[in-house]
Design a protein. Structure first.
Length: 435
């Protein structure tokens, strides 16, 4: 028995030694080096410029990076669910990230941030916070957008307003808009003072100005029929109903199609004030299509009874994620870290005239020398900079919200009954999604 017991012990020790040797061997082996990394980007008017940027990573590391841009929206889900997802996916906004994470399609980036030694303190708070879900960080902001009030100085002067002084409150904005709106005797609207949803819906900004949002701060409760939402819709609605919804709709028909031309109504004087992003102040829009345009940019004004909300602005824009099915997570993390480095952020978003999400990059003269652009960088650094609160139901809710805008702004409907139904429809969906 003694000899048998000794033999068993010897066999067990040999087995343990072999296992230890195997483990040691694996631990010292370097991870397989990526030979090709693929980056898919949802936006990109100049794909060659973006590819040239990533060629610098190839020059530094020897790893080829293949860029696909722009990626069509209907290809996003196939990109994440397919057998060969990209190594890094860059989205136009963070609206869907939590939904993707819930479905197991993108990673929590906590590990990647450690691998890439990414300095989270270098990010502006508002764009970074949009990526957080509890103690998880599901994306990283790679450049971003903010919105402010643009006004046509020539139109102001013609209406007897000081061209250098924008409205100080939301109420004064409505008064200015009335003076700037021109209506013919037959009811035809010839010039619009302010159009709240010019280009696209800006309700996120207006609702924040009234002190609320569609969700509570941590995204655990739906507040779609709260008073700030009602107030924001009624405030927007007045710019349609005062002059006749049909008249305003007819006057603004086709305006969105002229965004990339000198016929844009803001340039021609047909639209005196509207909300737009920082890129308009760069070289590719107003300076390209109407360089002689006389215009001003200022933070959107707060309600008169809440002056403390001055400089409130909403961040939304580009975020980067690592798909859960990415083949080499370490390689993805290192590429992501390179993308987030101040020098690369400065180069890419100086070229696009978008806001840098890196505090270090924001010091580049490219972002500080243009006083109109600086309005936006100052807003992003403001403690009142907000981020869009998203939830796992954001995609479906956003589609439903678009119908609300159609009914309330473009058809003149009473908002409260519509919002009550929206709340009733989506409140259980959010509760179920958060289980």
């Amino acid at each position: 028995m003694k000899k048998v017991f000794g033999l068993i012990n010897i066999l067990m020790i040999l087995s343990m030694l072999l296992s230890a040797c195997g483990a040691g061997s694996n631990a010292t082996e370097a991870p397989a080096k990526a030979e090709l990394l693929r980056v898919w980007i949802q936006w990109g008017d100049n794909p060659q410029q973006i590819q040239s940027l990533f060629d610098k990573y190839t020059a530094e590391t020897g790893i080829k990076v293949e860029v696909t841009a722009p990626l069509e929206t209907d290809k996003l889900l196939p990109a994440l669910t397919g057998s060969e997802p990209p190594d890094v996916l860059v989205l136009s906004g963070g609206d869907l990230v939590k939904s993707y994470y819930k479905e197991g399609l993108v990673d929590d980036l906590t590990g990647a941030i450690k691998v890439g030694n990414i300095d989270l303190n270098d990010f502006f708070d508002a764009p970074l916070n949009q990526c957080k879900m509890g103690d998880k960080l599901l994306c990283l902001p790679w450049g971003t957008d903010m919105y402010a009030l643009f006004w046509n100085k020539d139109a102001f002067e013609a209406a007897g307003l000081d061209p250098e002084t924008p409205p100080a409150t939301m109420e004064e904005l409505a008064e200015f808009a009335d003076k700037l709106t021109k209506v013919a005797p037959d009811g035809t609207v010839e010039q619009i003072g302010f159009l709240p949803d010019m280009g696209w819906d800006h309700s996120d900004l207006y609702i924040n100005m009234f002190g609320g949002f569609w969700y509570n701060e941590d995204g655990t409760k739906l507040t779609a029929n709260s008073q700030p939402v009602i107030d924001a819709l009624l405030w927007q609605q007045q710019f349609y109903t005062k002059y006749g919804v049909d008249n305003v709709m007819a006057a603004s028909s086709g305006w969105a199609d002229t965004y990339m031309s000198g016929d844009y109504p803001f340039y021609t004087g047909k639209l005196a004030m509207y909300v737009d992003g920082e890129w308009m102040t760069g070289p590719n829009f107003i300076n390209a299509f109407k360089p002689e345009a006389s215009y001003g940019v200022a933070p959107f004004p707060p309600p008169a009874d809440h002056p403390e909300r001055a400089n409130t602005a909403v961040v939304q824009g580009t975020v980067a994620v690592i798909p859960s099915g990415a083949a080499n997570k370490e390689a993805s993390a290192k590429l992501l870290a390179w993308m987030m480095s101040p020098a690369i952020v400065a180069e890419e978003f100086c070229f696009n005239a978008n806001l840098p999400t890196s505090k270090t990059a924001a010091k580049d003269p490219c972002f500080t020398e243009n006083p109109k652009f600086k309005v936006f960088t100052d807003l992003m650094a403001s403690p009142d900079a907000k981020f869009i609160i998203t939830t796992p139901i954001s995609l479906e809710f956003n589609d439903a919200w678009g119908l609300v805008i159609e009914q309330v702004l473009h058809a003149g409907a009473e908002p409260k009954p519509i919002l009550d139904k929206l709340q009733a429809d989506f409140e259980p969906k959010l509760a179920e999604a958060l289980k």
